[in-house]
Design a protein around this ligand. Structure first.
Ligand code: TXA
Ligand code: MG
Length: 326
């Protein structure tokens, strides 16, 4: 049995040392319309051929994802975006500055766009991103297809940042996992909507808002509601089972602590630190893995210390607020 193949709907074999033959096998699965989880610099994606309607439908079903929630399409190079979507000066500037990297752009679909309409979930827009991770790029290159890839978790759960986390979420539901180690950024891409007159921040993420505003001027943040313009941004998303208590400066009996910075309170049943030195990039990289590690029934709650609302702190707080909403 080749190392990437699904073993009869139960164990997925996880490939750790990636040879070009393994990339080629994964690429062949993509071309055949199958589902392959792969690392990106942000989080692991659950990938499939974005031009294949049945494959895109299979992505939704593997994640148990509501079909109204559109997918990000991953490309090898920025110039591929031109035949898929309408690129104006703002979009060209963003692509030039931030691609490859953790920025997804929501753009109007081009007239003869070959991407499955299901990936847009009925909208006339398309989210595009060029990932920076070498394994993602190798898979895109070898498959020759645009790859639709939501985060490789079941809908509503925390995004996976390691191949083992993917296996815990999706074992038996997908065909292979490419293991590229832990994700460097650790938090999903920033989603910026450039399909209308005014740029809108739909999801804070791996590119800090400040860096985008330095080029485009002040940017509005889409309001959360039950009918958000980025449908994935439903208030309760990224939910661990254990309740979260935010802005905690002390711990209660039975609580686990997710600490940040040098002044962590003592007394926690278990304590993990996002960053001892208070570095927000380091904290983002640790966030999802630590939430998973502390999401255990023996803890009454996960107490989370305050995180400053600057740089990647904005994205961290966004995910924490969603995780705390139930
Ligand atoms: O970092 C990432 O973006 C990861 C990696 C795998 O690339 N992917 C990811 O995908 O986080 P997903 O599906 O978990 O989140 C995509 C977000 C959702 O909030 C979705 O609603 C929004 O992007 N989105 C996608 N297409 C959209 C569109 N056409 N209009 C508005 N929002 C869109
Ligand atoms: Mg997701």
């Amino acid at each position: 049995m080749p190392p990437l193949a699904l073993q009869q709907g139960c164990q997925i074999s996880v490939t750790t040392r990636l040879s070009s033959a393994e990339i080629d096998r994964a690429a062949a699965l993509i071309r055949a319309g199958r589902l392959v989880a792969f690392p990106t610099e942000t989080v692991y994606g659950l990938g499939g051929d974005a031009t294949n309607d049945e494959t895109v439908a299979a992505i939704f079903s593997a994640k148990s994802r509501p079909s109204f929630n559109p997918l990000i399409v991953h490309l090898l190079r920025a110039d591929e975006a031109e035949r898929l979507a309408e690129i104006d000066g703002r979009a060209a500037l963003m692509m030039q500055r931030f691609w490859p990297g953790p920025l997804s752009l929501v753009l109007r679909r081009a007239p003869r766009c070959p991407i499955s309409l299901l990936a847009s979930a009925g909208l006339d827009t398309l989210a595009l991103r060029v990932p920076a991770h070498p394994v993602a790029q190798a898979l895109l290159r070898a498959s020759g297809r645009p790859i639709a890839a939501p985060s490789a978790n079941r809908s509503g759960k925390v995004s996976p940042t390691t191949a083992n986390d993917v296996a815990a979420e999706l074992d038996g539901r997908i065909d292979a996992i490419l293991d590229g180690g832990a994700c460097r950024v650790g938090i999903e891409s920033t989603v910026l909507d450039l399909s209308g007159q005014k740029p809108m921040l739909l999801r804070p993420g791996g590119v800090a808002l400040e860096a985008i505003e330095a080029l485009l001027g002040p940017i509005e943040q889409a309001a959360d509601s039950d009918t958000p313009s980025s449908p994935g941004m439903l208030a309760s998303h990224y939910a661990p089972t254990t309740p979260l208590r935010l802005n905690a400066t002390s711990v209660n009996a039975g609580e686990a602590l997710l600490a940040f910075g040098p002044n962590a309170p003592s007394g926690a049943a278990k304590s993990l630190s996002l960053s001892d030195s208070g570095n927000l990039d380091e904290a983002a990289a640790h966030l999802f893995a630590m939430l998973r590690a502390l999401d255990r029934p023996e803890f009454s709650a996960i107490a989370v210390m305050p995180i400053p609302e600057t740089g990647l702190g904005r994205a961290i707080n966004d995910r924490l607020r969603r995780a705390a909403t139930r």
